[in-house]
Write a protein that binds this ligand. Structure first.
Ligand code: DX5
Ligand code: ZN
Length: 224
């Protein structure tokens, strides 16, 4: 079976005055889902957007909504983000002492469970919940801003995650988020990534061309 690599453009880098239009362009060009970076100004040093924006876009867009919650106390808001239209709800392991509880809440809403780890958080932190998640999001920049530089030491962590997945017979997808572009995506895929989040890369310049180019790079890398 050939390997599938998913593209999840992060709208954080989009033109917010034409958000719906830019998302449609990305989807038409071949994006597989849309990545929403929700920031609360507490867990990360930035504030982005929240429930009403997602709810409003959901009305006209049927694609998978990949919600990256960079918020403290995620358990307080799982229900709201599920209702707003999230399909994958990803919380940061650093934000809760009760990962099991958050996972159960997401599952009770019938949504896919994602767990994210910061660059400085060891993958071993989440070893015991790997059998309960659908997506493991490995941050390759410190969360908070689009357009930062990829941290190369994260490659080792992606490989480690991939090894744990194979050895444990797990099914979760490995999502890599931050600083990805045409130059470094290949090695991230080779290390084991299944979902690539691309913010600044996708929404700077010609969205359609950018997606086409990254799809070509993916095809080359997985040998199609
Ligand atoms: C960072 C966010 C990322 C970011 C990706 O806090 O989680 O999703 O927006 O954007 P680029 O690809 O520009 O690093
Ligand atoms: Zn993100």
């Amino acid at each position: 079976m050939s390997r599938k690599i998913y593209l999840s453009p992060s709208i954080l880098a989009a033109d917010f005055s034409r958000l719906g239009e830019e998302i449609q362009k990305a989807l038409e060009a071949g994006a597989d889902m849309i990545h929403f970076d929700v920031m609360d100004g507490v867990f990360v040093p930035n504030i982005s957007f929240g429930i009403p924006v997602i709810e409003s876009l959901r009305k006209s867009i049927s694609a998978v909504f990949d919600i990256h919650l960079m918020i403290s106390e995620p358990e307080k808001y799982i229900k709201d983000f599920a209702k707003a239209g999230g399909d994958i709800l990803t919380f940061h392991i650093e934000t809760t002492s009760h990962a099991h509880r958050v996972i159960s809440m997401i599952k009770d809403e019938g949504k896919k469970v994602g767990v994210a780890v910061n660059p400085a958080t060891p993958i071993l932190m989440i070893k015991d919940i790997l059998d309960q998640i659908d997506v493991l999001l490995v941050m390759s920049v410190n969360p908070g801003f689009s357009g930062q530089r990829f941290i190369p030491s994260v490659l080792k962590k992606i490989k480690e995650a991939h090894l744990l997945k194979v050895e444990g017979g797990h099914n979760f997808l490995i999502e890599v988020d931050g600083g990805l572009n045409l130059e470094n995506s290949s090695e991230v895929i080779t290390a084991g990534a299944d979902i690539l989040v691309l913010g600044a890369y996708t929404f700077t310049g010609n969205i359609t061309e950018n997606i086409k180019k990254i799809k070509k790079t993916i095809e080359k890398t997985i040998g199609k």
